[in-house]
Design a protein around this ligand. Structure first.
Ligand SMILES: [Zn+2]
Length: 73
């Protein structure tokens, strides 16, 4: 796959977006696809995916790893 074509798929003659575009930056900016979210690399806009109630809750709980406080003042 080359260029932007990988952001689309053609099904039954219709062009479908497989990636969401950023509502802030415009339709030409696609959100990067992550396992549980899509985010804009330009402005940082993030959309969380929800595959299922149970799965979402489990992911939210188990995926949250406490960060070390490395922030120095
Ligand atoms: Zn953006």
């Amino acid at each position: 796959m080359t260029g932007v074509t990988r952001f689309y798929k053609v099904e039954d003659g219709k062009l479908e977006r497989t990636h969401r575009s950023c509502p802030k930056c415009g339709p030409s900016f696609f959100l990067a696809d992550h396992y549980d979210r899509s985010s804009c690399g330009k402005c940082g806009y993030t959309v969380f995916k929800r595959k299922g109630k149970k799965g979402a809750a489990t992911v939210a709980k188990s995926r949250r790893t406490p960060r070390k406080r490395t922030k120095s003042t």
